[in-house]
Ligand binder design. Structure first.
Ligand code: ZN
Ligand code: ZN
Length: 349
């Protein structure tokens, strides 16, 4: 099979034939149908993460496809089944798994130490981000899979493997945003748009999108943002304070992997408010946060993959997607895209 290999960080990927070993105990081989390009893939192949193992490595982790083959002991999946392939690998038995946080699983799997991939010279190639789906096939642990409906398109389903679960999960699982709360989402890429959608689902208001690209802010409104601000042309901190009685937002989600954005987001937060850092910055990045603001009971946490429990969250999001799509279609025909908020409350576009 062919794969796009990173032999040197920062250099173009090389597409060549590679050998993929058969799945071992508990593993599944999947023929990849669709793969997104997540910013984490770009961080990896640019070398920003300075990971110790280094290249050669295959990126790609936001994927869907069809089961080709299962290893010994796999009973939950059979060849021909359509699946979403994620990087969340969990044992179901360790401290964090039994506590309900499989994204923090502590178990070391054979696939964490060895790779099933080799090039034609016999050199071992790492499966980046536990998946390596910039390739025609992958071998992953069965816990990384979720079955998808037959009538769901592969390219739509692939997004559920990272962007959707990370963005939506940060809001619904990690922060558990309450209805009526004010929410700021910094960065409106694949993850940020899904945080905005989830904030809408949770009943938040206002939902403020922050991005330096105006076309992305336009998109954010389609996904449910009620206000938007471009910090390049407007004071975003003052904008958020103006919408929240000068207090600051109840929740701030930083979906870009940038330490400066975390500092700006923190300045938008009210006392007792919660900032959730979702985007992964380059290795070693630090942010300067005023200690006195913590004494005023501001809270900061992070979210790994939206604190997602694949088996419960993904089917729920699929059901919600179908419902939302059906509703949106009727809305489009009746009154345009999503219902518009009252004119007086709309922010600068
Ligand atoms: Zn990702
Ligand atoms: Zn575990």
């Amino acid at each position: 099979m062919k794969a796009a290999i990173c032999y040197e960080y920062g250099q173009p990927l090389v597409i060549e034939e590679v050998t993929l070993d058969a799945p071992k105990e508990g593993e599944v081989r999947v023929k990849i149908a669709a793969t997104g390009i997540c910013h984490s893939d770009l961080h990896l192949i640019s070398g920003e993460w300075r990971d110790r193992q280094g290249p050669p490595v295959i990126a790609g982790h936001e994927s869907s496809g069809t089961v080709l083959d299962v290893g010994p002991g796999v009973t939950a999946y059979a060849p021909g089944e359509r699946v979403i392939v994620t990087l969340i690998r969990s044992c179901g038995r360790c401290f964090y798994c039994t506590a309900g946080y499989p994204q923090r699983c502590e178990t070391v799997f054979p696939l964490d130490r060895e790779s099933r991939l080799h090039n034609q010279q016999g050199q071992m190639i790492r499966q980046g981000l536990r998946t390596g789906s910039f390739a025609q096939e992958v071998v992953v642990d069965e816990s990384q899979l979720v079955k998808m409906p037959d009538d769901m398109a592969f390219d739509v389903a692939a997004l559920l493997a990272c962007g959707v679960i990370t963005g939506a999960g940060a809001v619904l699982n990690t922060a558990q945003v309450k209805a009526g709360s004010s929410v700021v989402v910094i960065g409106t890429g694949g993850v940020g748009l899904n945080s905005i959608q989830a904030a809408r689902i949770a009943g938040a208001y206002p939902i403020v999108a922050v991005d330096i690209l105006d076309n992305k802010l336009e998109m954010a409104h389609q996904f449910g943002a009620t206000h938007s601000v471009n910090p390049k042309t407007q004071d975003a901190i003052a904008f958020v304070r103006g919408l929240t009685a000068g207090r600051g937002a109840d929740y701030v989600f930083v979906t870009v992997g940038n330490a400066k954005a975390s500092e700006q987001g923190f300045a938008m937060l009210r006392p007792r408010g919660l900032q959730v850092i979702v985007g992964i910055p380059e290795t070693g990045a630090t942010a300067a946060l005023p200690v006195g603001a913590f004494v005023q009971e501001r809270m900061v946490t992070g979210s790994t993959m939206g604190s997602t429990r694949l088996g419960t969250d993904v089917p729920r999001l699929i059901a919600r997607t179908i419902v939302t799509t059906a509703r949106s279609v009727s809305r489009i025909t009746r009154q345009g895209w999503l219902p518009q908020p009252p004119a007086a409350s709309r922010g600068a576009r």
